[in-house]
Design a protein around this ligand. Structure first.
Ligand SMILES: Cc1cc2nc3c(=O)[nH]c(=O)nc-3n(C[C@H](O)[C@H](O)[C@H](O)COP(=O)(O)OP(=O)(O)OC[C@H]3O[C@@H](n4cnc5c(N)ncnc54)[C@H](O)[C@@H]3O)c2cc1C
Length: 603
């Protein structure tokens, strides 16, 4: 328990450090500022100093960054956030801080060790002169008084709808109207950036509706809020997919988005001279040309199916489809179903097929990490995203920042002890899985699910019941690589033939720069390189170390081309910084990018 004396000491340590840091920055002395950090320090910046997402490791990298940015950024006003007492645990003092730059205002988080800074997070949350109209600045809505030229809210909305994209061009075009696209569009509306979101599907939320019918979100409600509009208190912990789809559809209306359904982007090219995109779209079957200044691909990190090519697929007589096209089990009662893959979608689909009375075999080709949902909630998530966390003052926004404050380079060290606890708690479960011949792993370094997600975006299952079906043999398990298909079977390389009426390829998704190849060109896709991953040199995340996720929410090697996506937490949190980067460009605030990411991998 923290005593008052400890609190006073922690507050004093933070005040002393901030005073020294602030003085070094004001004196334009990068080396002096860097000397206030531990030798093994990290400084993660989300656009406030760098107009980029960058994590600096060690004093030398910090010095170099400050030398390049300090005179422009002019940081000042470093204070402890009101109402947030610094606290010390296990030799680490943590504090929430505020600061300003020449362009905007920032929040940050600090960890001190022995009076020096071990980790620093700096984030910009608003631009000076372009603050969002909320709280005390909220719009009046009604215009009191007498005005012969009065227009209503509805008339204004209709006027905007008629003109944007027709007689006036949007500044930003977002291709993809899933949660990532509409969350960003909501931010941009609040920032008064003319934006259109297009989606080839007929209704917002349609991606979720189209997924296999048993799907419920794997992450709990506290993790899933959209920007501005939180789920109500009676919302279920795990939202059924069609319910989330309806929420997203309502969101586009309530947040007053310019959403064009049934509109597909077919090609795009960038003109360096005019600094403008030409995007050809088909809107309700009609060709329309849009000319935005900025193009955002929100086309889905789990959107471009990775469909394997096995000899004999053309000969197979039954049904075969990728997991993203799997309709659910209804048509397969009593049928022989082979699901290739052993991650989330594979387990969910196997479970639903088994429940409907199908004969199901899962083909495991490589090892998978499984963690039980209840265990993950208790040990992995509850400190930040739970009713208890909310009750103890950890709002969603605060939880997002706490998560962001842990540098990716050392995040696994925070995660490993949690997964050790999970391993202990569910020992019987893992023993049973192993006995059934399931190849289970905990990630290359034992750091579990979140690290796998951040590094490779795959390789795990959050167990909501289907793992037991594999462990007890109700869902049969076949291990090995697929060699070929025959007219009625999947044949593995060891010669095992698995008779099948249905084959589901639960084989994952490809990198988002594949969307850029489809829409723009292979040259541009290669120029920006692989999306996602940290360069951790673990399975499916080749080095070199990047420090941040490749290409996501930050400038890419292609001017005016951006990517957003990921899970609900990431889309919500990082859309703020992507929105501010776009707003700054729209209003001409200089945005020199420090340390633009280099390309090491094409896909
Ligand atoms: C089975 C499954 C379960 C998941 N469960 C969870 C979960 O529990 N919690 C969580 O946080 N995340 C989950 N995710 C991950 C992620 O949240 C979802 O994939 C989510 O749909 C991603 O949203 P998005 O907006 O980035 O992309 P998407 O929802 O994929 O939306 C992309 C949109 O782009 C459109 N589009 C593509 N190309 C074009 C074009 N050329 N022109 C116009 N429109 C185009 C598509 O029609 C689509 O609507 C899950 C993913 C899958 C596959």
């Amino acid at each position: 328990m923290t005593t008052t004396a400890q609190q006073t000491e922690a507050a004093a340590a933070v005040t002393t450090w901030l005073a020294g840091f602030s003085a070094a920055l004001a004196a334009n002395d990068p080396a002096r500022a860097a000397a206030l950090f531990t030798e093994d320090c990290f400084w993660r910046d989300l656009i406030s100093f760098t107009w980029n997402f960058r994590t600096f490791e060690g004093r030398a990298e910090i010095t170099r960054m400050l030398e390049a940015t300090l005179s422009r950024v002019q940081p000042a006003g470093w204070t402890v956030t009101d109402g947030e007492e610094p606290a010390e645990t296990g030799g680490i003092t943590e504090a929430w801080i505020n600061f300003e730059t020449s362009a905007g205002r920032g929040h940050g988080h600090l960890r001190l060790r022995g009076g020096q800074c071990w980790t620093l997070l700096t984030t910009l949350y608003e631009l000076k002169g372009y603050e969002e109209p909320k709280g005390l600045r909220r719009p009046m809505g009604a215009e009191h008084g007498a005005n012969r030229d009065r227009t209503t809210w509805l008339e204004d909305r209709e006027y905007e709808r008629k003109k944007l994209g027709i007689t006036e061009q949007p500044y930003v075009l977002i291709v993809g109207g899933g949660q990532a696209g509409i969350g960003l569009a909501a931010r941009l509306r609040q920032l008064s950036v003319p934006t259109i979101v297009i989606d080839k599907r007929a209704r917002p939320g349609e991606v979720w509706r189209s997924r296999y019918k048993s799907l419920c979100l794997h992450d709990p409600v506290w993790y899933d809020h959209m920007p501005y509009l939180k789920f109500p208190d009676n919302w279920p912990v795990f939202s059924p997919k069609d319910k989330i789809a309806d929420w997203l559809e309502s969101y586009t209306k309530v947040m007053e988005l310019n959403y064009w359904p049934s509109t597909e982007a077919t090609s795009a090219s960038y003109d360096e001279a005019s600094q403008e995109w030409t995007v050809n779209v088909e809107r309700d079957g009609q060709a329309v040309v849009l000319r935005p200044k900025q193009l955002v691909l929100a086309t889905g990190m789990s959107g471009k199916p990775n469909i394997p090519s096995f000899p004999g697929m053309d000969k197979f007589r039954g049904d075969q489809h990728h997991s993203s096209a799997h309709p659910g089990p209804d048509a397969y009662r009593g049928k022989r179903c082979v699901v290739i893959g052993s991650n989330n979608s594979a387990f969910d689909i196997c479970g639903a097929l088994w429940e409907s009375g199908a004969d199901v075999t899962m083909v495991q080709r490589s090892s998978t990490h499984i963690v039980r949902s209840a265990t993950l909630m208790d040990i992995g998530l509850s400190a930040l995203y739970s009713e208890q966390a909310v009750d103890s003052g950890i709002t969603t926004e605060k939880a997002d920042l706490i998560f962001a404050s842990i540098p990716y380079r050392i995040m696994h060290l925070f995660q490993i002890p949690l997964y050790d606890q999970m391993r202990e708690r569910d020992k019987d479960f893992y023993d049973r899985l192993e006995k059934a011949g399931f190849d289970h792993d905990w990630g290359d370094d034992g750091s579990g699910l979140f690290m796998k997600y951040l590094r490779r975006g795959s390789g795990y299952y959050i167990d909501v019941g289907s793992a037991d079906l594999v462990a007890n043999g109700d869902v049969k398990l076949a291990r090995g690589q697929v060699d070929h298909l025959t007219e009625d079977a999947v044949v593995l390389t060891d010669g095992t033939a698995l008779p099948a009426d249905l084959v589901v390829y639960a084989t994952g998704y490809t990198s988002m720069n594949g969307w850029a190849a489809d829409l723009i060109s292979t040259e541009v896709a290669d120029k920006v390189g692989k999306c996602w991953g940290l360069g951790s040199d673990t399975t499916k995340d080749p080095g070199p170390w990047e420090g941040e996720q490749r290409n996501m929410w930050k400038p890419t090697q292609q001017e005016a081309l951006w990517f957003t996506g990921g899970n609900l937490h990431q889309s919500r949190h990082y859309s703020l910084f992507l929105g501010l980067q776009l707003k700054a460009r729209q209003v001409g605030i200089p945005t020199p990018v420090y340390g633009l990411q280099e390309v090491h991998h094409l896909s």
